[in-house]
Design a protein around this ligand. Structure first.
Ligand SMILES: [Ca+2]
Ligand SMILES: [Ca+2]
Length: 328
């Protein structure tokens, strides 16, 4: 029995040592060659956020050129100045970073991020082009971030339980695996919750849910943290304070006829075309003012407009996506 345990312990130690060595190797070699891609480009991996001068590849060696040929001149040629300035190739054919590569600036929220470079090698009058493909590996270096620190809702006491209003969403420029994957309310409550749904656009729709009838005499205000968390290891999160006030019935808020509206727009519709008319009702003689949510206004304010008195949504510019999700 003792022997078995000893054997297990040794194997566990070996596993830890192997793991540590793998991590050390990964730390000291943030880039690596992985042969050529389908276009015949030399293909390399580079983890983002490495310091300036990080060795990406021995391009000359990988291209089968002699590295001790002092006559060879290497230069990076590429039309994309933004990516070309991030790298340089030395006289010995070694490709290095000349700036810190931030994947989340190059390809925010994208599942894949590649930089294509061409290196010209000149020997006398002989010029050869080496095509290079660098895939930038994402680090989870951004926590989900809300645009505002706080938001509040005013609910009428007789509000029927169900799914209520859209909650603010957090932004995370990392790749989708390290981006926002969920939301929760803290502390947990048997009165309020959140419902999170994946939209066809790839965004998350986050709604406040009321589980049961409110009782203003018992409790007239609630304060929660809405926490957005990402899929990284370790996981990062961001939060916003959500304040909910329970109002007397005579102060009740306007409500839309439907919880969601769907409209179809032709691809070539001219500016000014009506997309849909929304309608909400409120207390008698109350004035209803329609507006986009702050997030919708920021993201889609140049494509759509809403008339604040009629609730009519019109096109401002060309639509370039299969679907849009607007919050009003
Ligand atoms: Ca993240
Ligand atoms: Ca990142």
């Amino acid at each position: 029995m003792q022997l078995e345990m000893l054997a297990m312990e040794t194997s566990a130690k070996r596993f830890v040592v192997v793991l540590l060595m793998t991590q050390l190797i990964a730390r000291h070699h943030p880039s690596s060659a992985v042969r050529t891609d389908a276009d015949g480009r030399l293909r390399y991996l580079l983890t983002e956020q490495q310091p300036v001068d990080t060795l990406v590849a021995n391009v000359a060696g990988d291209a089968g050129l002699s590295t001790d040929d002092g006559d060879a001149r290497y230069v990076l040629i590429n039309n994309n100045e933004q990516t070309t300035r991030l790298f340089r190739i030395d006289g010995d054919g070694l490709l290095r970073t000349s700036d810190v590569v931030d994947r989340d600036v190059l390809c925010p929220q994208q599942p894949a991020c590649s930089v294509l470079l061409d290196a010209a090698v000149q020997r006398g009058s002989d010029v050869r082009i080496i095509k290079i493909h660098i895939e930038i590996i994402d680090l989870n270096d951004n926590a989900p971030l809300f645009a505002e620190p706080e938001t509040e809702f005013h609910l009428a006491e007789p509000t029927p339980p169900g799914i209520l209003f859209p909650l603010p969403v957090a932004a995370d420029p990392d790749s989708p695996l390290n981006g926002v994957i969920g939301y929760r309310l803290s502390p947990e409550s048997d009165v309020f919750g959140v419902r999170v749904q994946n939209l066809s656009t790839g965004d998350l729709d986050v709604r406040l849910v009321l589980y049961r009838l409110l009782d203003r005499q018992r409790k007239d205000r609630y304060t929660f943290s809405l926490i957005a968390f990402d899929g990284g290891q370790p996981q990062l999160s961001g939060s916003i304070v959500v304040k909910i006030f329970v109002e007397e019935v005579r102060q009740y808020l306007p409500r839309f006829d439907r919880s969601s509206y769907e409209a179809q727009v032709r691809e070539n519709s001219p500016a000014g075309s009506i997309v849909i008319r929304l309608h909400a009702s409120a207390a008698p003689r109350a004035t209803i003012i329609y507006s986009f949510s702050r997030r919708t206004q920021v993201i889609y304010g140049t494509v759509f407009a809403i008339n604040s008195t009629t609730g009519i949504i019109t096109l401002l510019g060309a639509v370039d996506r299969a679907s849009y999700n607007l919050s009003v």
